[in-house]
Write a protein that binds this ligand. Sequence first.
Ligand SMILES: [Zn+2]
Length: 247
Amino acid sequence: MSIQTTEAIVLRSTNFAESSKIVTFYSPQFGKIKGIAKGARSAKNKFGSSLEIFSHVVLVFYQKKTDIQLISQCDLKNPFLNIRNDIVKIGYASYFVELINKTTEGAQDSEQIFSLIFNALITLETANVDMEILAHFFEIKLLKMLGCIPVFDRCVNCGVKITNGKFSCRLGGILNNECWGADESASRVSLGTILTIQHLQASDFSNLSRLKLNKLSSKELKLVLESYIKYTLVKNLKSLEFLEKIT
Ligand SMILES: [Zn+2]
């Protein structure tokens, strides 16, 4: 059993036994860490508010060979107060941490994934960015990091460059007119939306504030990305149901 220190984002926090909490973190070095914080709900709680969902913290834990680590200390670096004071921002932040929690295991590409979730929260906290665009950017970057980004720049069936088409979850990409028959359940996507997705793939956090979505692209992006994430990665996302109620 060795003692480890790392920065991390809190992905999930649930009550356990009489006075403890089970907390899941995401860290650049170890990826996902699940640990028990003993006494976190007692009168002498030494963890303060550091174990709240989506806090940025410095974590000290005893690394064991079991699934659950023992959390020794957790200090708050950034509570993201602007997010906590805005119900819509809470909705988006909850979606980001739930997606990371449900799609990642182990430490593979953990530096990249940590940077994605950390920068998404910082952007939500400080920048004047369209939250819908931020969410789609987050989804596209995460799909890429997880190695399951759909094909958006050519027909997934014949490889020809596309001008418009339909999106197929099953085949993982766009089908052009000639190949629509390859998946009858594919849904129509306009060229504007396809180009927006390609643009988001090539973007980084610093140029998101310049992007705008029209109504059609907003509708189609949501349909394409959400249905694909549900089809390939995770069926039930509680935070998405919550977001739908408040936006
Ligand atoms: Zn084709």
